[in-house]
Design a protein around this ligand. Structure first.
Ligand code: BDR
Ligand code: CA
Length: 313
């Protein structure tokens, strides 16, 4: 299986991504970096610890990530989408806190797994930018590759007219990652919003009791779907941005890609966090390029999601 170090901020789609990784025999989670984002960092940690405990997977190491963006400012959380504590209607028991390793555990994992390690970042880019700043680009880029959820190219954002939440949350950090990452693939809203998971698919998943997550999957999905219906009237299901980014690790052929330099808007107001790439026939590009997924086989994703989420642990 592919060895994954996951940076996340659970969050409903992050939580489903963790469950997806735990149930997928093609993926092996070797560590989870918990950061602020959809909720604060302590809550994110508690949520991950709760998910691991439910699945009897407490041996996976947790690493304490960023508590604020690089600017140190406060950024809003989104209880209306992810719930007060990030798991929709569920409040994980206070007895579960999660034991965190210090940040440099990231570098130990990079050393231990080397070229076999894949970093998947489905949260604000802060902790990954700090990793690049502390370890240096050469050390970071010696791993197998990076799968990053963020950005929206020539398509509406989800927090402002033009910006996607992960890039908006810490545009400085997103810019650092875009400038330094080699072997990085970006999964922006262009692809993640195309694949809708419906309540019927969730019913399929929970129709047989195969794993300890099934009732949780339904409860957090229902909450998320209700929120999406308010945002996008008539929508028939919910996109699961973070799950798709992990799906891409095992199924890269389900996407179509371009290679571009990506810049991130740093101004306040409606340019904050906006991702810009040059789509003109003769682009003017001088900087680092990343691969951007721009099309996805949505059906393949949905099928794979139902199969993996119905699997035993
Ligand atoms: C991204 O923002 C977060 O709130 C979600 O968990 C996902 O990572 C989508 O824009
Ligand atoms: Ca996330």
């Amino acid at each position: 299986p592919q060895k994954i170090l996951l940076y996340c901020d659970p969050g409903i789609d992050d939580s489903l991504a963790i469950i997806y990784a735990l149930l997928n025999p093609e993926l092996e989670l070797v560590g989870i970096v918990t950061s602020y984002g959809n909720v604060d960092q302590e809550q994110a940690t508690q949520n991950v610890a709760y998910l691991l405990e439910l699945g009897g997977k407490k041996d996976i190491v947790l690493i304490g990530g960023a508590k604020t963006p690089l600017s140190g400012e406060f950024t809003p959380y989104y209880p209306e989408i992810h719930g007060e504590e990030g798991l929709g209607p569920i409040n994980p028991p206070d007895t579960i806190k999660g034991e965190l390793l210090n940040f440099d555990a990231i570098f130990k994992l990079i050393e231990e797994y080397g070229e076999e390690l894949i970093i998947v970042d489905v949260g604000r880019s802060t902790s990954l930018a700090i990793s690049f700043n502390l370890a240096g680009a050469e050390t970071m880029n010696a791993i197998k590759g990076f799968y990053l959820m963020g950005g929206a190219f020539l398509t509406p954002g989800n927090v402002t007219a033009g910006a996607e939440a992960n890039f908006y949350g810490d545009p400085i950090a997103a810019g650092i990652v875009m400038e330094k990452v080699k072997n990085g693939v970006l999964y922006p809203l262009n692809v993640t919003k195309e694949a809708i998971i419906t309540p019927e698919m969730i019913d399929d998943i929970i129709s047989e009791e195969n794993n300890p997550y099934q009732s949780l999957i339904k409860e957090i999905f229902d909450y998320y779907f209700e929120a999406y219906q308010k945002l996008i009237p008539g929508i028939e299901g919910s996109p699961l941005h973070d799950v798709m980014t992990l799906f891409a690790v095992t199924t890269p052929q389900a996407f179509k890609y371009v290679e571009k330099e990506v810049n991130v808007g740093l101004d306040e107001g409606n340019l904050r966090g906006v991702s810009i790439a040059d789509f003109r026939p003769r682009p003017d590009e001088k900087g680092n390029k990343v691969t951007i997924a721009l099309e996805v086989n949505a059906e393949e994703f949905a099928k794979n999601f139902v199969k993996v989420m119905s699997s035993p642990i």
